[in-house]
Design a protein around this ligand. Structure first.
Ligand SMILES: [Zn+2]
Length: 83
């Protein structure tokens, strides 16, 4: 009975050691290759927001209309500012 207890204890120690090693390896892999979710939020952070020169509405730069004198939210405001 005593040997059985020692064997069980040894198995528990090995199992715990393996589980710890697996989790630290996973952490290392995560640190080296960040998950794609982090990359996605990075692209969201780099999206620049500008204000229309006529109505001051804020919009992403890739949706804005660029004119000779500034950036606008719509074709109507571009025409209004530049004519
Ligand atoms: Zn506008």
């Amino acid at each position: 009975m005593k040997y059985l207890l020692i064997l069980a204890l040894a198995l528990a120690v090995i199992w715990l050691w393996k589980a710890h090693r697996r989790s630290s390896l996973a952490e290392k892999a995560r640190a080296q290759n960040p998950p794609p979710a982090t990359g996605k939020s990075k692209t969201l952070q780099t999206t620049e927001v500008i204000a229309c020169d006529v109505c001051a509405v804020h919009l992403p730069l890739n949706e804005a209309l660029t004119g000779g004198r500034g950036v606008y939210c719509s074709e109507a405001h571009r025409r209004q500012a530049e004519s």
